[in-house]
Design a protein around this ligand. Structure first.
Ligand code: ZN
Length: 304
């Protein structure tokens, strides 16, 4: 099966270098505020797409269980270390373009700083749509190409690509910025209804971050976030969308095994064989090791 190229954080020290020592306290705190404003107060099952090392996971307080999904196994190992093994968290290594979950499973999904790496964004969003139940809430963050800095640079002739056109811009390999109208169009085509839009990181300027105390920038940004309802000119945008146009809600699933389908042939349920889950349709085996379900590549059949 061919899927678009994947930006893989395997073996990356992203959490330490970008967040913990990278001077991103301002961005991290503004995201915490946006999530508080957009998340439903409670719910059963939430899917965190591109969970990484679990930086945002403790913020999903109202949910009974959280499925952390990432393509990188080493990122999930860091998340597991941070959050621990418990019934509350399920760790899944998988490809966003081939989600290993049955349809309409989740009450909510979040995708933060992930669309940024999607070569085929509409395809990834379609996968999210498929696993969200009726009226499920989707919180999506994307990088905005129509931001003030890009507009100024373009007008001054310092940047070749136009921030005003709808197509994504790949400014570094597998790093994309999107036009707000394009993202809205994709969501609406999938029958998502956009309920709220917040703009973030208005003050992501090196000099400001160095001379103004972080708390003040965070407070100002928290006020500016609401202007996202009218215009989006900041580098980061959060959208809360509802999965409308679905009537039925399938029966509630409690066992983790019942969440999964085979990402290759899409059949379910899978059969639990302790070290792997086996697809009873195509026979592929999906590894389960050290608390992480791995749906990226099937386990190689053993030679006899
Ligand atoms: Zn299968």
């Amino acid at each position: 099966m061919t899927t678009p190229p994947i930006c893989d954080y395997e073996g990356s020290d992203y959490q330490a270098s970008f967040w913990d020592q990278g001077g991103r306290a301002y961005e991290d705190r503004t995201e915490a505020i946006a999530l508080k404003r957009l998340l439903p107060p409670r719910g059963r099952l939430l899917l965190e797409l591109g969970a990484g090392a679990g930086r945002n996971t403790p913020r999903y307080l109202g949910f009974d269980r959280i499925v952390l999904l990432d393509y990188s196994r080493t990122q999930l190992e860091q998340a597991l270390q941070r959050l621990g093994k418990s019934d509350r968290y399920v760790y899944v290594a998988a490809d966003v373009y081939r989600l290993p979950f049955v349809a309409e499973l989740f009450d909510a999904a979040t995708m933060i700083r992930v669309l940024h790496h999607m070569a085929d964004a509409p395809k990834a969003l379609g996968q999210v749509k498929n696993v969200l139940g009726a009226d499920g809430v989707f919180i999506l963050e994307y990088a905005n190409k129509l931001n003030l800095k890009a507009i100024l640079r373009y007008l001054l002739g310092r940047q070749t690509w136009s921030p005003f056109t709808l197509e994504p811009v790949e400014f570094v390999k597998l790093n994309f910025d999107f036009h707000p109208r394009a993202v809205r169009g994709w969501l609406e085509n999938l029958d998502f209804r956009i309920e709220k839009t917040l703009t973030l990181s208005h003050f992501r300027v090196g000099l400001l971050k160095r001379i103004v105390p972080t708390g003040i920038l965070v407070f100002l940004d928290s006020l500016f976030q609401w202007t996202g309802a009218w215009w989006q000119l900041s580098p980061s945008v959060f959208v809360k969308a509802k999965n409308v146009g679905r009537v039925s809600n399938p029966s509630k699933r409690d066992s983790i095994l019942s969440y999964f389908k085979c990402p290759d042939c899409e059949s379910s349920p899978l059969v639990d064989k302790t070290d792997f889950l086996e697809c009873s349709n195509c026979g592929k085996k999906w590894g389960v090791r050290d608390g992480i379900y791995d749906f990226r590549e099937p386990v190689k059949p053993e030679r006899s």
